[in-house]
Design a protein around this ligand. Structure first.
Ligand code: FAD
Length: 505
């Protein structure tokens, strides 16, 4: 047994966007002693400056750091998010809700949605969404925290946040600096590699300062300063499945006379992509994600500006990207986190989650000076699987469209898709059954929402249901009624936010 101390004593984090400061905060929390953590960032280069919607695991991240939700909401101007409303994705006139959490509560061996499918075949018209507590709350503009009592319909949903990602990074910077992280302002001009091992040895700033380290975390954004520019790791380009490669972003004021932020994100399919709407406390974030082969940037900005539901607060800001992932997230002594590791369009709000997922793996597989290749390979295997499963889920939304009104929609509805996704679609189409795969971030209810919402309805229900002898139509009707009356008695989202933030003061 090797008893010598092989601990890493110096970690250098390159970049101070959400990825850099989330990493710095978690490492400061985990490596309580004997390790120097330094973060270098450049104000001149700045950060990507978008990224406002999240999914429920972010709560675990904050809880692990011991962050109080009320303080977090107050500092980041955050709001609560119960899911995403998709408008115009199946057909131009259709809409559905992807809630966090299940549809109702299973009461039998056979899942609830199978009873809904059967009732539907027998003439029932209530949509699947009406069995989601999250949707009842969302459409009424209400919010409450989930109940602990599993018998209550109020326990059948989950939630995440919308927040200002810049303010979140600033909040985590205070957290990390208070726990000993050193921040260095400066622009990296050069990266030194070891001639024998190819490991990164240090970086040189434009003013000549040299920063060393043993483990380097690349949070430098799309440019991938260490992982790509220095180590030339390579990139798997997925734009044949996800052709959107641009976005314009533009915040606006809340609609006049309505200061109650909707407790959900809205994604509206447009001629060459889709538009996001993310309500925060002080403004609404908007953006148009589009494919540059089918729409010009200036025109996208004009279209977005004409489709805001409040007064514009800035000019449109353009961003460019290529869907895909770095061939290795961990290469030699560099681990990429955030945009440096790859990018999937924000349709299901997964980028900040992927930051969190890589940070979790850094802790689960923390190296020592030996940089064991098997540890690195396991990290890359899991990171790749996670991104592929999310990619498939995002591609699902495009592939299932019935729209044929513009070039983008004709392309995506006809395109070949990954085999892993084709299997899932075929499997659901037969009996409406859902099976979670290893590393699937999105659980069966999420897939169900998109399949049904975009009209990929199964040929028949689960054969097992016909052996059960249960007529669930009355039960489903009572469930919908209970959910509606529960939602009606809840407080408005704006009132919950105001109370929450006041309690933080
Ligand atoms: P950046 O914010 O780009 O930070 C890079 C850092 O590296 C900066 O501090 C910069 O100064 C530093 N740096 C770079 N080069 C140097 C150098 N030479 N020297 C010194 N420092 C350097 N995510 C979500 O979860 N939800 C969303 O709704 C969402 N929406 C998005 C919409 C769009 C259009 C885009 C493009 C992204 C969206 N994201 C979203 C992703 C989210 O914005 C990012 O994942 C997140 O902000 C992390 O960015 P980052 O920290 O990796 O990179």
């Amino acid at each position: 047994m090797n008893m010598t101390d092989r601990r890493i004593r110096e970690v250098l984090i390159v970049g101070g966007g959400s990825a850099g400061w989330m990493t710095a905060a978690m490492l400061a929390h985990a490596l309580k002693q004997d390790c120097r953590i330094t973060l270098v960032e450049s104000e001149e280069i700045g950060t990507v400056g978008v990224g406002e919607a999240t999914i429920p695991p972010i709560r675990l991240f904050n809880q692990t750091l011991g962050i109080d939700e009320r303080e977090f909401m107050a500092r980041t101007k955050g709001s609560f998010k119960l899911g995403i409303e998709f408008v115009g994705w199946g057909r131009e006139d259709s809409r559905y809700f992807h809630p966090f959490g299940p549809f109702g509560k299973d009461f039998d061996l056979v899942p609830l949605h199978q009873y809904w499918l059967k009732a539907r075949a027998d003439g029932e018209t209530a949509p699947l969404d009406d069995h989601s507590m999250a949707w009842h709350m969302a459409k009424a503009g209400k919010f409450a925290h989930p109940a602990g009592d599993p018998r209550s319909v109020m326990s059948t949903f989950d939630y995440a946040y919308h927040f200002d990602a810049g303010l979140y990074a600033r909040f985590l910077r205070d957290y990390a600096e208070a726990r000993g992280v050193t921040r260095i302002e400066g622009k990296i001009a050069d990266v030194a590699l070891n001639g024998e091992t190819g490991f990164v040895e240090g970086v040189t700033l434009e003013d000549g300062r040299v920063l060393g380290g043993e483990l380097f975390i690349d949070c430098s954004g799309f440019r991938g300063l260490l992982i790509e520019q220095a180590l030339q790791t390579g990139y798997d380009d997925w734009s044949h499945w996800l052709p959107c490669d641009r976005a314009v972003a533009m915040p606006c004021d809340h609609p006049e006379g309505d200061r109650n932020p909707t407790p959900y994100t809205r994604s509206t399919a447009r001629e060459a992509g889709w538009q996001w709407r993310i309500p925060l406390q002080h403004r609404v974030g908007n953006g148009y994600v589009f494919c540059s082969s089918f729409l010009e940037e200036t025109r996208a900005g004009e279209l977005l500006a004409s489709r805001l539901d409040g007064k514009a607060l800035a000019d449109p800001r353009a961003l460019r990207f290529t869907a895909g992932r770095r061939k290795l997230h961990w290469n030699r002594n560099v681990i990429a986190v955030g945009l440096a590791s790859g990018f999937l369009e924000p349709l299901e709000s997964t980028s900040i989650h992927l930051i969190q997922a890589n940070i979790s793996k850094i802790l689960a597989l923390f190296p020592d000076k030996d940089f064991d290749p098997a540890t690195r390979d396991e990290f890359n295997r899991v990171a790749h699987g996670e991104m592929e499963r999310i990619r498939d889920f995002i591609v699902l939304h495009y592939k299932l469209t019935q729209r044929q009104d513009s070039e983008l929609w004709r392309y995506v509805s006809a395109m070949a898709i990954p085999d892993t996704l084709q299997l899932k679609i075929d499997h659901f189409r037969r009996y409406g059954r859902l099976t979670a795969r290893e590393l699937d971030l999105f659980a069966p209810p999420s897939w169900l929402a998109v399949h049904v919402g975009q009209n990929n309805l199964p040929v028949s229900h689960d054969p097992l249901l016909d052996y059960r002898g249960i007529d669930a139509r009355d039960w489903l009707a009572r469930l919908r009624g209970t959910m509606a009356s529960e939602a009606a008695r809840l407080p408005r989202h704006a009132d919950v936010l105001a109370r929450h933030c006041a309690a933080a003061a």
